[in-house]
Write a protein that binds this ligand. Structure first.
Ligand SMILES: *Cc1c(COP(=O)(O)O)cnc(C)c1O
Length: 571
């Protein structure tokens, strides 16, 4: 057993006595103070609590005159549960019920003998680990997620109110937006950290500013973790978002005017894949491909024909609203055949490049629930905030031969200083995504999606492509019920179920109205929901869409949704 001690001048003598006694039976670390000169208790509480939360000690024992100051200081630390005790019975209870890990003593209120008795009782009592105690401690740590933004309340009540509103919304609504997720506390802690204060133009060990050692360490961690997680040869973790990641790839390997073959936006592609209103559509010559009208899936034979006819410099796959698995091996074949055809025509042709934007499915790829594009593609881009569940941001993976060009395209090509705080959040995210728990999560996301999709299909709704292989599916509400995606989404929203309207392949409605809605299960799965809850939610969705003018269904579901979400706290 390892115990760390801290005291101010008021607790110095008692602390000395405790250290002397416990040194006989346990490993002790004395953080001070070292004498009776007046000093500040938070300094010693901080040192002892850091040792405790970093795992350098099993327990902390803190002493000041009353114990109150030490107690307040220690309980500021996430993961520290400090208990001020005046008798051995309380010490035993707080260990058994609260899993207290810091004992606080007031030197003015207990004798040395009494203090020793309390301290022994404390360290010798195990946590009972009863279900209700575990639940309550989780609530302390979570503090209804309010504690982590409480500093804002004092400085900026208006921004604080907006953050609280988001917290309440996440807590009480069922979020089925396929591109969203709920990040962990650790990701948020890194993303909001002081690393945001640092300018670090350049790359680790090659910066334009001094003082970059801490951010170098964090960026190196993010890069190496990204490479290990996806089995990539090179990673650039600096792109501010998914669109920026795509821009970096185009800048690295294309000239303005070069031809890109990509899935069109109304078929599930992304703005940054060549929409006329986006930089990609303005700078490059875009040839869109579509899904097959019958199957609503990508027809690789058709894609091959188109690629051989068009000879694009870049073949881009990946989508924002495609419910089916992508066959990366087959796409590589198409790219290789296209390159061969280009070289046959012109031996100096650089050929066709394979790029995959896995923004939506990156978490499934990381968790082994979707085939990885990394072995096949020259470039793989992604966001880090969708199924991957990290901070909002972008990432590019590439083959070694493109590493230099890619890095120069990101900086100095298109961005200034990287967001090192967000890069730290990405590093945490990659660590989480490499865990066995995350692999189970990824599988559950897909299982949940199938369950919800099957329930809605069984109620007579047409599902685009007939089902789903991943974390999302599209419901054709127009052909099923004669309503638009816009009206369907509004009715669900009124019941606390958040989805988005979405075009379906060959949509007859405008992109503003749409014939479809897009539904995803990444976020509800993060909350711990399983197939049973997803079937329930699917049933509610069908109940509402069966008659969107029936407001009583919406208010009934809203109550049911609030009751369901209460049992699945957001992390
Ligand atoms: C979400 C998404 C992006 C863009 O992400 P931003 O971070 O919003 O720029 C790029 N590509 C695809 C396929 C996406 O789904």
């Amino acid at each position: 057993m390892k115990i760390v001690f801290g005291a101010d001048h008021g607790g110095y003598e008692l602390k000395q006595a405790l250290v002397a006694e416990f040194s006989k039976t346990a490993e002790t670390v004395d953080c001070g103070c070292g004498g009776k000169d007046s000093c500040d208790y938070p300094d010693f509480a901080d040192d002892a609590c850091e040792a405790l939360i970093e795992g350098r000690a099993d327990f902390a024992i803190l002493v000041c005159t009353t114990g109150e100051g030490m107690s307040m200081s220690a309980n500021r630390f996430h993961g520290v549960r400090a208990a001020l005790c005046t008798d051995a019975g309380t010490a035993r209870s707080t260990r058994a019920h609260n899993d207290a890990n810091a004992l606080v003593l007031g030197a003015a209120n207990v004798s040395v003998e009494k203090a020793l008795e309390i301290a022994r009782a404390f360290v010798e009592t195990p946590f009972s680990a009863g279900e209700r105690h575990v639940r309550r401690i989780a609530k302390i740590d979570r503090a209804k997620r309010l504690a982590e933004c409480s500093a804002l309340a004092e400085y900026d009540p208006e921004v604080h109110a907006a953050v609280l509103a988001q917290i309440r919304q996440e807590d009480t609504e069922i979020n089925l937006i396929a591109s969203e997720n709920t990040s962990s506390r650790a990701v948020r802690a890194a993303s909001g950290s002081v690393l945001m204060n640092k300018y670090a133009e350049g790359y680790p060990a090659h910066r334009w500013y001094s003082g970059c050692l801490p951010v170098d360490a964090v960026e190196e961690l993010a890069r190496t973790r990204a490479c290990a997680l996806f089995g990539a040869e090179h990673a650039n973790v600096q792109p501010h978002c998914g669109s920026a990641a795509n821009m970096a790839v185009y800048l690295a390997c294309l000239e303005p005017g070069d031809k890109i073959l990509s899935l069109s936006l109304d078929q599930g592609g992304h703005l940054s894949h060549g929409s006329p209103v986006n930089f990609s559509g303005k700078l490059y010559k875009i040839v869109p491909y579509t899904t097959n009208r019958e199957t609503e899936r990508i027809d690789y034979g058709e894609l091959e024909k188109l690629a051989l006819a068009e000879k694009p410099r870049l073949l881009l796959s990946g989508a924002s609203a495609y419910p089916r698995s992508l066959d990366f091996k087959r796409i590589r074949e198409i790219v290789d055949k296209t390159t061969a055809a280009m070289k046959a025509e012109n031996p100096d042709s650089p050929g066709c490049i394979m790029m995959v934007d896995m923004a939506h499915i990156a978490g499934l790829v990381a968790g082994g629930a979707h085939e990885s594009p990394v072995p096949y593609a020259d470039f793989v881009t992604t966001t880090t905030h969708k199924t991957l569940r990290g901070p909002r941001g972008g990432l590019v993976l590439c083959k070694k031969e493109w590493a230099k060009k890619l890095d120069s395209a990101v900086f100095p090509g298109m961005q200034g200083g990287p967001l090192e705080n967000i890069i730290a959040g990405k590093a945490v995210c990659f660590k989480e995504a490499a865990s066995p728990e995350f692999a189970a999560y990824a599988r559950q996301v897909v299982a949940n999606c199938k369950a919800m999709c099957e329930t809605i299909a069984s109620r007579g709704y047409r599902i685009v492509s007939g089902g789903t292989d991943n974390h999302l599916f599209l419901v054709d509400v127009k052909s099923s019920k004669g309503i638009t995606g816009k009206d369907a989404a509004a009715a669900l929203d009124a019941a606390g179920i958040v989805v988005n309207k979405n075009t379906i392949p060959f949509d007859s409605e405008s992109p503003f109205r749409t014939s479809g809605i897009r539904i995803g299960t990444a976020s509800v799965t993060t909350r711990g929901m399983k197939e049973e809850e997803c079937r329930k939610i699917g049933g509610w969705i069908a109940d509402i869409l069966d008659d969107i003018s029936d407001l009583s269904v919406q208010s009934r579901v809203k109550e049911l949704a609030a009751a369901l979400t209460a049992g699945f706290p957001v992390p």
